[in-house]
Design a protein around this ligand. Structure first.
Ligand code: NAP
Length: 269
């Protein structure tokens, strides 16, 4: 192959929306490059990076489950992601070096960049990989108290302390406090997973509800927030946001974000 390309790797990988997102932007910008899905097993990860490091047409890759932590072993980490988020979702080439980074925190932040969260109380539901990137972003925004609800409360407490955030860790299902921002960073509400059972009554009228689950796009949580006429952010906003940061790193061009409506339609059709 002589064409420049980037790809997304994972196991499984066929469900990934990344080829559709990057392919849309490449087409819109008329960039002669390809972005594809590549199935890579945990045993094959080392060989994958060795082969791609030797391929001058490879611009980099996005990384999805289950490789986000394991991939750190094969890259340099100038941004210190290992010691903060602890997982990478993007690898790019710099000369002979493979550089790992994480665009999930930036992708989470982009849709709420206009909010002033300084000193505000936030509730995060979930304490997995995505929640780590989100708590990292919140720690940089100077938020006030952070409540983390999770099935495994110990994981929630560990997450809070690893980012030096003030707050509390409580079991899933605990009545919610009147927070300014509520984020679902758990798998609950995703297709094939149990729903997130939650009562939004305690939220003030100007609260924002952010669900990072994107399949389905309108989760039950977002439907409840809409019924209360609360402001909402859905999972495609974060997905497109993290992809946009990676796209610039791969192809050196800003994606056409003024075409997001068209892109969202493509991703949901
Ligand atoms: P993960 O590391 O596997 O974490 C899963 C989280 O969900 C944990 O907090 C886990 O609780 C909780 N959970 C899972 N099943 C549960 C159940 N049956 N009952 C109660 N809690 C349950 O996954 P992740 O990578 O953080 O991803 C979480 C979700 O975010 C997924 O739906 C994923 O698709 C979505 N996501 C979206 C974006 C985006 O760009 N929009 C980016 C990343 C992820 P325990 O800790 O107690 O196990």
């Amino acid at each position: 192959m002589t064409q420049l390309y980037a790809e997304v790797i994972g196991d499984p990988i066929s469900h990934s929306k990344s080829p559709a997102i990057h392919g849309f932007w490449l087409g819109q910008l008329g960039i002669d490059a390809d972005y594809r899905a590549q199935h890579v097993t945990p045993e094959g990860l080392g060989d994958y990076f060795a082969a791609r490091a030797a391929d001058p047409n490879w611009r980099g890759c996005n990384i999805t489950i289950p490789h986000k932590q394991a991939a750190l072993e094969f890259v340099t980490d100038p941004g210190g992601v290992r010691g903060t988020i602890g997982a990478i979702n993007t690898v790019i080439r710099d000369g002979d070096a493979l550089i790992g980074t994480n665009t999930d925190a930036g992708g989470f932040y982009a849709p709420i960049a206009g909010l002033d969260l300084a000193g505000k109380h936030t509730l995060v539901i979930g304490a997995g990989g995505a929640a780590r990137a989100i708590l990292f972003a919140l720690s940089k925004l100077g938020v006030g108290k952070v409540t983390v609800q999770n099935r495994n409360v110990l994981k929630a407490a560990a997450l809070l302390s690893s980012f030096g955030l003030k707050g509390d860790a409580v079991p899933l299902g605990t009545a919610i406090p009147p927070v300014d921002l509520l984020v679902n960073a758990s798998a609950l509400g995703m297709k094939g997973q149990p729903p997130l059972e939650i009562d939004l009554d305690p939220l003030p009228e100007d609260a924002v509800v952010y669900d990072i689950v994107y399949a389905p796009l309108e989760t039950r949580l977002l439907a409840q927030a809409h019924a209360r006429e609360l402001a909402t952010v859905d999972g495609l906003d974060m997905l497109i946001g993290q992809a946009a940061l990676a796209f610039e790193l791969f192809f050196g061009a800003e994606p056409p974000r003024d075409r997001d409506d068209e892109l969202r339609e493509l991703l949901t059709s």
